[in-house]
Write a protein of this length. Sequence first.
Length: 321
Amino acid sequence: MTSSREITHRETIGAELSGLRLDQALARLFTDYSRSRLQGWIREGRVRVDGNLLKPRDKVFAGQQVELAAVLDAQVPCRPQPIPLEIVHEDEHLVVVNKPAGLVVHPAAGNPDGTLQNALLHHDPRLEQLPRAGIVHRLDKETTGLMVVARSPLAHRRLVEALQARRIKRHYQALVVGRPTAGGTVEAPIGRHPVQRTRMAVVEGGKPAVTHFRIAEAFRIHTLLDVELESGRTHQIRVHMVWIHLPLVGDPVYGGRLKLPPKADEVTVEALRAFRRQALHARRLELEHPATGEPLAWEVPLPEDFAALLEVLRRDRDAHG
């Protein structure tokens, strides 16, 4: 899995991008790639707008169809490693895993091995024939919960199509700082932060993103939310929640400073201080089987550290009721 490969992306220029230069519009459409890389692909003829080749400075307009033939650099070599996996479901086309906190999904420069992809290749060496060992969606390193992985070319193609068509339902639980009075929907475009490029943000011209949430349980200054995604943008829940002033507990990137309930005892204070990852868990996954069309659903409980923190917050709430 070390050779370069080509991936074709297709997008439509939205009204918010109309009138921008081609390279500017692409930078907002394809946030996984740098502006300089996109400009290079335009010059190499790897970008077509309504079937035509344009220059980076040419303007684009709403409704135009963009096709990008992206060439991915040689990947970090990915070798099988005997890393334990919690497998929730497995058949000839699918494997569903419950990812623990701390496990990176793909190898990258900072994490060359010890990833979910390494573990999957050890579990099934045939996954080497599929892009990224069959992984079709991601969870952040410290986010826990359910992920579906394709085991056949048919499953890979149909799962990617289902994700793009929003037919795969992903339900999360998130512990946030704040006390919303009701659930709601956040509909705000997400793109790369204009200054801090390692972060995502709600930005004009970003990719459309929709997050639904409802209150599952309220604590003194925290709330447990049930969250459902319509789209799957990078860091979507984390970005949308902080956008509405409900940052996730423990989030090292978007969470801000530690906030404690008034007059909390030492147990509560220490539990919140010790929780150093975003309190986010992918608890339920719903999809149609890519080969049979059968409706399937899986659900996994909260990991121990998350569940223990909730118990501490319940005792704190009851003690100050």
